[in-house]
Design a protein around this ligand. Structure first.
Ligand SMILES: Cc1ncc(COP(=O)(O)O)c(C=O)c1O
Length: 368
């Protein structure tokens, strides 16, 4: 039996190499390696795809979050409400600014922050909401924006896992003040190293971001308006991303095909399938289900025996991470804590065949 990986980047590269290799070769021959024409063109193409005024490439998704929060003026003394059930970068970016992450519980179906928990956590120090569109499923942006409007809060979206997801036709990354994307290789739109993107339609924010990502300077001269960062999207990565952006709709459609096949094949089991709320368009960065209580290890063993990869995203919610021990909130977010104990992510990628999906489902069914 051939192994089934979580994601098959080599297969995707083989399918696109006739487009990707010449794009890389052009960058090498053109020698404009830093903020060259591919970065500029990719930013335009991404802004157009996402329906925003501006898209600005940067070095990673983590930097996208950090720069967006910094540019929005988040700093010491501020509280930013976010999810404890996410990759640590979401909350790290808040801490980098000297602000305090305030973790609120998630909705048990969508795994995204629960608006009622957000509402209850707003204090006089709250400055921003940082929802994550986890696993490719948009957060409840309508309700979150309502809360933000009521309390004059900024909304910054963590779109690292949601390139191409939308809510009623509005792309994630186009609804808040800024959207922060990651191009980590395994993401729905991934490059061949690190890369990130910040989206905004706010002119003033864009100007600050433009300056911050390149050592605090506006133009190519040596005049620095502020202390900034070296956080530029690499030109070779931009060339790769331009090729892949042209295929993103197909990639996401194929991910949904795989997800819906899992849904059909496992519907009548004790596994709880990922939920689609009918408002947001889920792009299945991950296919994450809930296992029956106490049975996750056994199911993982069964998959491993059949050479099928699986993963736990995420085993320890952020409020229980030693890195955030200073916050002193080890308990009290029961949904996140429960989901972390039961969640299991299955292989999902655009090139996955129906036969592979059937093999994964059959393995789980017999183990159950
Ligand atoms: C939800 C989330 N936020 C932020 C990041 C950080 O992105 P990067 O790895 O590009 O820094 C990631 C990805 O790894 C992520 O999944």
């Amino acid at each position: 039996m051939n192994p089934i990986p979580m994601v098959d980047l080599e297969l995707q590269y083989r399918q696109l190499e006739n487009e990707i290799n010449p794009a890389i070769a052009d960058v090498l021959a053109g020698t404009r390696f830093i903020l060259g024409p591919n970065v500029t063109e990719f930013e335009k193409e991404a802004a157009n795809f996402l329906g925003v005024g501006h898209a600005l490439g940067c070095a990673s998704g983590t930097d996208a979050l950090h720069l967006a929060l910094r540019a929005a003026g988040i700093g010491p003394g501020d509280e930013v409400i976010t999810s404890p059930f996410t990759f640590i970068a979401t909350a790290e970016a808040i801490a980098y600014c000297g602000a305090t992450p305030v973790f609120v519980d998630i909705d048990p179906k969508s795994f995204n922050i629960d608006p009622s928990a957000v509402r209850a956590a707003v204090t006089e120090r709250t400055r921003a909401l940082l929802p994550v569109h986890l696993f490719g499923q948009p957060a409840d942006m309508i309700e979150l924006q309502r809360i933000a409007d009521e309390h004059e809060l900024l909304v910054i979206e963590d779109c690292a896992q949601s390139f191409g997801a939308d809510v009623g036709g509005r792309q994630t990354g186009s609804m808040g003040l800024a959207g922060c994307f990651s191009f980590f290789p395994s993401k729905n739109l991934g490059c061949y190293g690190d890369g990130g993107l910040i989206t905004t339609s706010d002119e003033a924010l864009f100007e600050t971001l433009w300056t911050l990502r390149n050592h605090g300077r506006k133009a190519g001269d040596y005049y620095h308006e502020m202390i900034g960062y070296n956080s530029r999207l690499d030109e070779i990565q931009a060339a790769i991303l331009r090729v892949k952006l042209a295929h993103i709709d197909r990639f996401n459609k194929e991910r949904r095909r795989v997800a819906h096949a899992y849904g059909r094949l496992l519907a009548d089991t004790e596994l709880v399938m990922p939920h689609e709320d009918g408002v947001g368009h889920h792009v299945y960065h991950q296919f994450t289900l809930l296992t029956p209580e106490g049975r996750r290890d056994e199911l993982m063993q069964a998959l491993k025996y059949e050479r099928i990869a699986c993963a736990v995203y995420y085993p320890t919610p952020l409020h229980r991470q030693p890195a955030f021990a200073d916050l002193g909130v080890h308990e009290g977010l029961p949904v996140s804590e429960g989901v972390s104990e039961r969640c299991l992510s299955l292989p999902i990628y655009p090139e996955m065949t129906d036969e592979q999906v059937e093999r994964v489902a059959a393995c789980l069914r017999s183990a159950l």
